[in-house]
Structures are given as structure tokens and as C-alpha cells.
Design a protein around this ligand. Structure first.
Ligand code: FES
Length: 589
């Protein structure tokens, strides 16, 4: 691509230029909106894709921020248009917001492809929103900046700082054990989430926005700024200014998103002790670029990258502290030797150039290399006869002694079965047991709900047990913790080995050796496989039916097969780049 030099080379000019019926129609409707012709003809039209919604508290401030973006666009000589898109509110969308990631990705792609857009600012941050917006925009491949919604302020309860997600889980266990009063619980409910912005632990939202920055798709430092901070409004305005320049420079997402950029993102994911969900999302985002990311790559990078961010659930602090400690640029500057510093970013400079001057302010929050939180990355990829296509464990949030453990399975057929029996006094469970949840994967959940941190049975809680090994084909919230093996692939709903586990079977977990095995003979497993029957499909119509027929397995990113750059889904050698075909340009009539 070559830089654009003339207004009539703009994509939007195909709609607004020319002495034709189509040109007349398109211009007249802009005038209907109250704009003069010289406001929009020959000016970069910037779509501000806004995932604001009144039911999404994480994005409550995004309408205000869109105004700041518009200011920047106008100042730089562009024409801003705010376009609403699906708001995936993590807390509310059921059966799982993960089901709707691909829907927002499709919406983003079509909003940008079908309309007179020259460049895009993507606004979001609540868990699935970041990958969804990026997947859609990458598929269109127009100049794009990601604007992270920013983390909320620290929670507060009885003078204690609370982390959303992480601490309600921690205290729910105490509540179940009778250690928290109803009044204390109510006070906590009112204090744990007290400002706009996404979860301020190192959950999926903080992880994915940090990874968007590591990929080079945000302005430097943007992902760490708390949502209510006035720096956030200024960053928003800067996004508006910069995207106009990017249109003239024709700087495209796929110029930035090389395999080396993804290796940077994986390294940063490990250094921040990022959410396990990031693995699925990065695989899907890279897939839209035609770059297969194999799970062993995550493991290889995890081996050489220490955890430096002392943020819950792996560490002690919260995202507000991370910002004050220097934010992501400070963390990345501490691991320069582990990054490809020559990767380009949206501001036109390289990652390395953007890190000049970054420094750690508080070395307990962002640890120096000499004093990491853990010496290697926080995530391990497991293989074995229970997970032939892989499984994931967040070792940094697990109990170290349980990372090598063999114990008898206690099997739940699905979430309802688990809910009905987990706290029963007759559940045959001990602290050596391994809890197994089946039918919670991409199709079985459906949507891989974040059920992977199975509750500790009450009879164990009352004995003081706070962690045991848990295994499922579900995901786990990035704010969650415990010795939880997740994303077992292939999933049990399609007959993966997890579906064959029965009560009392011995399961062996060895995180150091990256092994997850079901200690049952192959002949016995064959006999069980012959008797296995597939559960009924959860959806007969609508988006759910589309999802159920086209979603891929966890190790492949759970994208829809028809949205990847070619339709030969997952074929060929993993290291062979697939052809990259952007969505076709529409004809203008
Ligand atoms: Fe939106 Fe946690 S609920 S990020």
C-alpha cells in the first residue's frame, strides 16, 4: 500500500465523490444530518465503533470518551462518526458472553466494510469486546486504533482494597464457610466495583487490553490508564488525532500484526500473569491474519518469561497501582531482551522507540527482573491422553503443591449436576480428589462458560480446604484462581476423552512435565467410547444454531470456521501461513 496523498484517493470518496446519482444520494443524506459538504467530502471518515450500553458498567464512560475522540478527529482534519455496536457485558450475557464474541466480530467487520469508512477507532475493554473488535477490524484491514476502556478504580471495603472478580470469589468461600456476616457481604457488594471501567484485577479485560498494546494496536501506555482518570480523556483525543494521520499514511492492522508482534503479545501475557482466556483470543485474532498460533508456542515463551506484574489474582496489587507504578510501558521496558523491539505500532514508531524513557516507579508492583513474582510464565500447556489437543493451567494462580498430583475423579456430567451435588454431605470427595466437570466446552457449555474454577465442596471448606485440582473443558475468569485445568480439548460434548472419565478413575497432573493423563487402560476407554452418546444440541434456531454448527475447538480459538481467512479450516502445517484475504470492498451504486 502507498500513502494516500489526495482526497479523492480516500475510500469514503467512492461514496461521496463524483457527479452521479449515487454521489448525490450519499452527499444529500450527510447534509440531512446537518453537515456541510466540505465537512466530509475528501476528509478521512473515522468510524468510532462504540460498545457503550446502559447495561454495561465497564463501558459506562464511553459516550463521553467518544466526544474526546471526535475532538481529536476534527482537530486533525477528519470527519468523525460514532457508530454503536453490540456491548458484551460480561456479567449479564448468558449462557456465556464468549458465545457472542464472534457476533460482535462479525458486526464490526460488516459495519466497517459496508459503510464509507476510511479508518476506525475501536472503543471497548470488557472481556470479549477487545478480541471481538480486533478480529472484525483485522478482517476489513482499514487503519485502526484500539482505545481501551481502562480499568475501574480499586474496590474498597472496611478499609481493605478489593479486586473485582478475584475477591468476591475469595470472600464467597468465606461466606460459605460462615466466616462473613450478611452485613459485611452487603457492604462488600456496594464497594467492590465503584467506578466506570473494566475489572481492575489482571482478568481477561486487563489482559486483553494490555495485549492489544503489546501487539502495537494502541497508543503507548493507553491500556493501563484507569477509566475515570483525566489522562484517559486525553488519550482518547490523541486516538482521534492519530487515526486521521494513519489514514493518510495508509498504516493498516496487517502491517502491524506480524508473527513477531504476536510473539511479543504472548511474552507480555506471561509477564503480566495474564488470563488463560488470552490464549483462545490470541489464537483467534492471529487466525484472522492468517497466522496459526500453536499452543506449544505459548508454552515455549512461558518457559523463558518471568511474571513481573504483582497484580491479583497472581499477585497482590490492582490495575490502579499498576498504572501508578509505570503501567505497561514500564513492564515492557523491563523485558526488552524478550521482545521484538522493531515491531511497528499505530503511532508510527516501533515498540522499542515507544519504550524510551519508560521506567518502573514502584518495584513491588512491577517487579524488576532480579526479583520476579515467579521465575517463569504464569501459564502452562498440558497434553496427555486426557487432552490430546491440549489443556491450559494458570500455574501462577495455583497451589504449588497441587501442580504435581494424582487423585481419584469426582465427575459431574454438566453444570446443573455439579450445582445439585457439590455441597451434598454424601459427595464422595476428599482433599485428594480431582473434580471433573464435563460438557462445559465451546459446544457443550455452550460458549465455554467461566465455570472452570469449580466451587470447593462445602464439606471440604468446613475442614479448611481452599484448593483442590479441578479439570474441565470450560474457561475460567481471568480474575479467578486455584489449581484449575481448563480448555481441555477436544471437549467432552463431541466425545473427547474428558467425556469418558468416571468416578474413581485416577487422574495424574504434572504441570512441570506438562502432562495430564487419565490412568485408565486403553481397552477400557475403547469400551466406554463405544457406549458414549452425544448430548442433545442446545440450540435449534437463531444465532445459537449458527454458533453450534460453525465454532471451532478451544485450541483453534473458537472462531467461526467461515470467518478465518480461508475456508480450509485448520488444514495444512501449523507453521504455514494461510492466505490472507480481507473482506471484499462493496460495489457502490
Ligand atoms: Fe467487564 Fe469484568 S465485568 S471486565
Amino acid at each position: 500500500m502507498r500513502p494516500k496523498s489526495k482526497p479523492d484517493e480516500l475510500r469514503s470518496f467512492r461514496w461521496f465523490g463524483g457527479d452521479s446519482m449515487a454521489g448525490f444520494m450519499h452527499r444529500s443524506r450527510m447534509k440531512q444530518l446537518g453537515y456541510r459538504q466540505d465537512d466530509f467530502v475528501g476528509k478521512p471518515l473515522i468510524a468510532i465503533i462504540n460498545t457503550w450500553s446502559e447495561i454495561n458498567p465497564c463501558h459506562a464512560h464511553l459516550r463521553e470518551r467518544a466526544e474526546a475522540v471526535k475532538r481529536g478527529v476534527w482537530q486533525a482534519g477528519g470527519f468523525p462518526v460514532e457508530i454503536p455496536a453490540l456491548s458484551i457485558a460480561e456479567t449479564y450475557m448468558k449462557p456465556s458472553p464468549m458465545m457472542y464474541r464472534n457476533l460482535l466480530a462479525m458486526e464490526t467487520e460488516e459495519l466497517l466494510r459496508s459503510q464509507p469508512v476510511d479508518g476506525a477507532v475501536l472503543m471497548g475493554g470488557c472481556d470479549k469486546t477487545t478480541p471481538a473488535l480486533l478480529m472484525g477490524a483485522i478482517s476489513v484491514n482499514l487503519p485502526t486504533i484500539f482505545l481501551p476502556a481502562g480499568p475501574m478504580l480499586r474496590g474498597n471495603w472496611e478499609g481493605e482494597q478489593l479486586g473485582s472478580g478475584t475477591d468476591f470469589r475469595k470472600y464467597w468461600i468465606e461466606r460459605c464457610a460462615g466466616a462473613i456476616t450478611e452485613q459485611q457481604w452487603n457492604d462488600m457488594e456496594a464497594g467492590i466495583a465503584r467506578s466506570p471501567g473494566f475489572c481492575m484485577t489482571m482478568g481477561t479485560a486487563s489482559t486483553m487490553t494490555a495485549l492489544a498494546e503489546a501487539l502495537g494496536l494502541t497508543l503507548p501506555g493507553a491500556s493501563s490508564i484507569p477509566a475515570p482518570d483525566s489522562n484517559h480523556a486525553r488519550m482518547s483525543m490523541n486516538c482521534g488525532q492519530r487515526i486521521v494521520e494513519m489514514v493518510w499514511e495508509d498504516l493498516l492492522p496487517r502491517d502491524i500484526l506480524t508473527r513477531r508482534a504476536f510473539e511479543n503479545a504472548i511474552a507480555v501475557d506471561m509477564a503480566i500473569g495474564g488470563s488463560t482466556n488470552a490464549i483462545i483470543h490470541l489464537v483467534a485474532i492471529a487466525g484472522r491474519c492468517g497466522l496459526p498460533l500453536e499452543l506449544p508456542l505459548f508454552d515455549a515463551i512461558s518457559h523463558r518469561v518471568p511474571v513481573l506484574a504483582n497484580i491479583r489474582p497472581s499477585g497482590a496489587y490492582l490495575m490502579e497501582d499498576f498504572f501508578y507504578a509505570g503501567g505497561l510501558p514500564a513492564l515492557m521496558s523491563e523485558m526488552k531482551d524478550l521482545l521484538h523491539l522493531d515491531c511497528p505500532t499505530v503511532n508510527g514508531r516501533t515498540i522499542g522507540e515507544n519504550l524510551v524513557g519508560a521506567k518502573i516507579i514502584n518495584p513491588d508492583v512491577i517487579r524488576p527482573r532480579a526479583n520476579p513474582l515467579t521465575p517463569t510464565g504464569g501459564t502452562a500447556i498440558l497434553y496427555g491422553n486426557l487432552a490430546p489437543d491440549g489443556a491450559v493451567i494458570k500455574t501462577s494462580a495455583a497451589t504449588p503443591r497441587l501442580l504435581k498430583h494424582t487423585g481419584p475423579a469426582v465427575v459431574f456430567k454438566n453444570y446443573k449436576d455439579m450445582e445439585a451435588r457439590i455441597d451434598g454431605p454424601d459427595l464422595n470427595v476428599t482433599e485428594d480428589s480431582v473434580l471433573v466437570l464435563q460438557n462445559a466446552g465451546p459446544l457443550g457449555g455452550p460458549g465455554m462458560p467461566e465455570w472452570g474454577m469449580l466451587p470447593i465442596p462445602q464439606k471440604l471448606l468446613l475442614k479448611g480446604v481452599r484448593d483442590i485440582v479441578r479439570i474441565s473443558d470450560a474457561r475460567m475468569s481471568g480474575t479467578a484462581y486455584g489449581t484449575c485445568v481448563l480448555h481441555v480439548s477436544p471437549e467432552s460434548f463431541i466425545g473427547g476423552p474428558l467425556s469418558l472419565v468416571q468416578d474413581g478413575d485416577l487422574i495424574s497432573l504434572d504441570a512441570d512435565s506438562r502432562l495430564l493423563d487419565l490412568l485408565v487402560s486403553e481397552s477400557e476407554l475403547s469400551a466406554r467410547r463405544a457406549k458414549w452418546t452425544k448430548p442433545a444440541a442446545p440450540f435449534g434456531r437463531g444465532y445459537g444454531a449458527l454458533y453450534a454448527t460453525r465454532v471451532t475447538q478451544a485450541h483453534l480459538g473458537c472462531d467461526f470456521d467461515f470467518l478465518e481467512p480461508n475456508s480450509e479450516v485448520n488444514a495444512g502445517e501449523p507453521s504455514t501461513p494461510r492466505p490472507t484475504v480481507a473482506s471484499p470492498e462493496p460495489e457502490i451504486h
